[in-house]
Write a new protein. Structure first.
Length: 303
């Protein structure tokens, strides 16, 4: 069987390492094992992995510290945290440090395989983005996209047409086709080009965490909120916010996004005072939102 990708499993429980090794190897993945955070970090330093499955609770260097050290080596590393004590606080802490997602023990095999497949897609997407960013950077100092195909020239002409407006934009296309680059081009050619361009990956974030990232929170809004934090909408005030994979967000968050689009204001978690912002929303998705509306998975008014 052709190998699908490389995975590093870091867990102090021998049984868990053996189970994951057997399961993932049978699926065609190349697997390496480590029983401590220190050993996992050493392996990561000496070779690249497409995905890391990392236990939160380990003796010595714990999982969260190991996560931080891995991301220092590769800021785009895809790391999924595994914990027997899954709480909102754990998820918040791990995701704020840059984890791809958090999964709790016990879990079934199908759940792990779905997570791994999602992580592999994220890794491929990041690699494609990195290549596209490098290509774009080499094009010109003003970061203009250089294209020759007729289809791309049509798209770039449309970018030039819509860039000056404040209209909300939806970009559709398969993963890795450069939707974020088109969004940046729209921002760069608009009157907001000297203001922030903030990117939000909506996938794999629990609803509470995504809303905290988007709208911010006040101190004490939830356990672990030891200080107030600005959300991405407030950070992007005056500029543009790029909501990637918008088709994955919950119906509850969709309703709050609709209000931001219509009223240009929001309320941080735990607060009662609304904040007004001037932000252009550019969204992207690789799913058929029209079908999602028909299936009841996406709000028709937001679409």
């Amino acid at each position: 069987m052709a190998k699908k990708g490389s995975i590093l499993v870091v867990d102090d429980e021998e049984v868990m390492r053996d189970v994951l090794d057997s399961l993932l190897t049978a699926e065609g993945y190349t697997v390496e094992l480590a029983k401590t955070g220190e050993e996992g970090l050493d392996k990561f330093q000496h070779r690249s992995f497409d995905l890391v499955l990392l236990d939160v609770s380990m003796p010595g260097m714990g999982g969260l510290r190991t996560l931080e050290e891995i991301l220092k080596l590769d800021a785009e590393a895809v790391v999924a945290m595994i914990t027997a004590y899954a709480t909102f606080d754990t998820a918040i802490s791990a995701m704020q440090r840059g984890a791809f997602t958090v999964i709790s023990k016990p879990f079934d095999n199908d759940e792990i395989l779905k997570l791994v497949a999602s992580g592999m897609r994220r890794h491929r997407k990041d690699e494609e983005r990195r290549t596209l960013r490098q290509t774009l950077k080499r094009s010109t100092e003003s970061k203009q996209i250089v294209a020759r195909s007729e289809n791309m020239l049509v798209i770039l002409a449309f970018v030039e047409q819509v860039a000056p407006a404040r209209t909300t934009i939806l970009i559709t296309g398969e993963s890795g086709t450069g939707k974020e680059l088109i969004a940046r081009a729209i921002h760069n050619q608009s009157a907001r080009s000297d203001k922030p361009f903030v990117t939000v990956n909506s996938a794999n974030l629990p609803t509470e965490l995504l809303e905290s990232e988007l709208f911010g929170h006040i101190r004490g809004a939830f356990t672990g909120a030891v200080a107030a934090k600005k959300g991405y909408f407030e950070v992007a005030d005056g500029g543009s916010i790029f909501l990637d994979e918008i088709g994955t967000i919950s119906m509850e968050t969709q309703a709050k996004l609709l209000r931001v689009i219509q009223e240009r204001d929001f309320t941080p978690l735990g607060d009662t005072t609304r904040r007004h912002v001037d932000v252009r929303i550019i969204a992207a998705t690789n799913v058929d939102l029209k079908q999602a509306v028909e299936e009841g998975a996406f709000r028709e008014d937001l679409f």
